[in-house]
Design a protein around this ligand. Sequence first.
Ligand code: ZN
Length: 77
Amino acid sequence: MKKEGCCLYYSRKSPMDDVPEEMTPIWSCTNEKCNGWMRDNFVLSVQPRCGQCDSLMEKSERLLPVLTNTSPNQKKN
Ligand SMILES: [Zn+2]
């Protein structure tokens, strides 16, 4: 009765450690009291509004993990 093998899962590097980061275009909330922001990838409208306070948003950049599985057409309700 061997009990080895339980450690195999931990011998590899976590996939999260390998995710590269890059400057990613985002939209950030213009409300100083709000820190809402969203990835430009997920913004469908030309001038999005903050999901938290409904203020206008302005284009910016952030250092974010690169997304590999982006879904091209997210539907908004
Ligand atoms: Zn906001």
